[in-house]
Design a protein around this ligand. Structure first.
Ligand code: A3P
Length: 295
């Protein structure tokens, strides 16, 4: 935290100014040189865009919709978060997430919030399948505030958090640079761009189009079960995806990770002034772009 209790990441990493923890510097080369496999699948996103939701969907798709195993093993073990260890503070007791990803048998699903230029170089030469999920930044900011309260000991107000978000100070910012860096690569055949809103509107269609992108078939008798498993009602109660053990250990069982799962939550909680600021902040990045999903 800086003065005034505003949450920030610790350093601007490179010329693009990605906001990361200082500790990341020690791991950046290891990540750059990470060996990518052609049959990997990578779930990429800015935090709070529906990563866990898409991650569970992808894991099921590349594992023949094996719901039994999904209900038995935690998602972060089945599909490691590559830079989790590097973004933890120095000295924090956390298993090496890069090693976990290295040691995972194929076909691997790997999660990352890194922008394209900080990912392993081989992502762009070996060309595994990539999925990027986008969500409206107004909802992302609210969700991220709750995340910082849950995992990062943030105790300030939502408005102050949003101030930090709009100043591109929170981890993995700048938000729009992140989204547009992937949007501008959307014509790469290996990359599919999806949105949280589309998942909310019609999960079956998204599931089918992602299966097509991965060249996998959904066992006919499993499709409805998979959609039920991916519903908010099920996922919010599923200890394999909702960080129940960690929340319990932190004494925060009443603070949920799979929290509201709504689109347009900002309409209920953001002041008119903040909405106007959000819009002009977004428009300043989106000017000249054909990005179609902002509202
Ligand atoms: P809210 O905090 O707005 O509820 P990420 O996995 O990228 O951290 O994103 C977390 C957000 O995705 C949370 O948003 C969470 O509730 C939402 N989410 C997770 N699973 C969901 C599901 N099955 N249906 C709808 N939203 C879901």
């Amino acid at each position: 935290c800086t003065e005034g209790g505003m949450p920030t990441a610790e350093v601007k990493f490179n010329a693009d100014g990605w906001m990361l923890n200082k500790n990341f510097m020690k791991y950046a080369d290891r990540i750059k040189n990470f060996k990518v496999r052609p049959d990997d699948v990578w779930i990429l996103s800015f935090p709070k865009c529906g990563t866990t939701w898409s991650q569970e969907m992808l894991w099921l798709l590349i594992n023949n919709c094996n719901l039994e195993e999904a209900n038995r093993i935690e998602l972060y073990t089945r599909a490691p978060f590559l830079e989790l260890k590097p973004i933890c503070s120095e000295g924090f007791d956390m298993a090496d997430s890069i090693t976990a990803a290295e040691e995972l048998p194929s076909p691997r699903l790997i999660k990352s919030h890194l922008p394209p230029d900080l990912l392993p170089s081989e992502i762009w030469t070996v060309k595994p399948k990539l999925l990027y999920v986008y969500r409206n930044p107004k909802d992302v900011a609210i969700s991220y505030c709750h995340h910082y309260r849950l995992f990062n000991e943030y105790t300030g107000s939502q408005d102050l958090f949003i101030e930090a978000f709009l100043q591109d100070k929170v981890m993995f910012s700048p938000f729009w640079k992140h989204v547009l860096a992937y949007w501008n690569r959307r014509d790469l055949p290996q990359l599919k761009f999806i949105t949280f809103d589309d998942m909310k509107k019609d999960l079956r269609s998204v599931l089918k189009s992602v299966a097509e992108h991965l060249n996998v078939t959904i066992p006919a008798d499993r499709e409805d079960e998979v959609l039920d498993h991916l519903s908010f009602a099920r996922m919010s109660k599923n200890p394999m995806v909702n960080f129940e053990a960690e929340r319990k250990e932190m004494g925060k069982l009443d603070q949920h990770f799979i929290r509201k799962g709504e689109t347009g939550q900002w309409k209920k909680t953001l002041s008119e002034e903040l909405v106007t600021r959000f819009d002009s902040w977004s428009n300043s990045f989106l000017a000249g772009s054909d990005f179609p999903y902002y509202s």
